[in-house]
Design a protein around this ligand. Structure first.
Ligand code: ZN
Ligand code: ZN
Length: 123
C-alpha cells in the first residue's frame, strides 16, 4: 500500500522547451526524464522488437535506418492510475509508461548513481 503510493505521481509536467518530463511523486521525490530517453525506451512491443533487432545488427545497417523517431510529445494521457501514455509528434502512441517502472529508472544521482536502467517492460 505504502509502496504503491510512492509509485504514484502527484504531478506530471512536460516541458517542451527543455525536452523533459518531470514527475513529482507522492512522498515528494522529483524525477526529470529527458524526452529523448523516454522515446528511446518506449516500452511498446514494436519498439522493443526494433531495439532487439538493432542490437543484433552491425552498425552499418543501423546507419541507414531513416530519420530518428520524434522526441516531441504532443499528448500525455493517464492510463488508469498506474501508467501514462504519450503521443509523440510522429503519431506513435502505443507506449504505456508504467509509473513503478519510471520510478525505478529515475535518472537522479540518488536513485541511480550510475545512470538510469532501461525501463522495465509492462509484462
Ligand atoms: Zn513504441
Ligand atoms: Zn531519483
Amino acid at each position: 500500500m505504502l509502496d504503491m503510493t510512492h509509485h504514484r505521481p502527484q504531478d506530471l509536467t512536460v516541458d517542451r522547451a527543455a525536452g523533459t518530463l518531470t514527475v513529482l511523486w507522492q512522498g515528494g521525490h522529483r524525477s526529470t526524464y529527458p524526452l529523448r530517453w523516454l522515446r528511446a525506451n518506449c516500452p511498446c512491443a514494436t519498439c522493443r522488437e526494433q531495439r532487439r533487432e538493432a542490437a543484433l545488427q552491425v552498425d552499418t545497417l543501423t546507419l541507414s535506418a531513416g530519420p530518428p523517431p520524434s522526441t516531441e510529445i504532443i499528448n500525455a494521457e493517464l492510463v488508469g492510475n498506474y501508467a501514462v501514455r504519450f503521443t509523440w509528434a510522429d503519431g506513435h502512441d502505443t507506449g504505456i509508461y508504467v509509473f513503478s517502472a519510471l520510478r525505478q529508472s529515475c535518472p537522479c544521482a540518488d536513485c541511480n548513481p550510475s545512470g538510469p536502467p532501461p525501463l522495465l517492460p509492462d509484462d
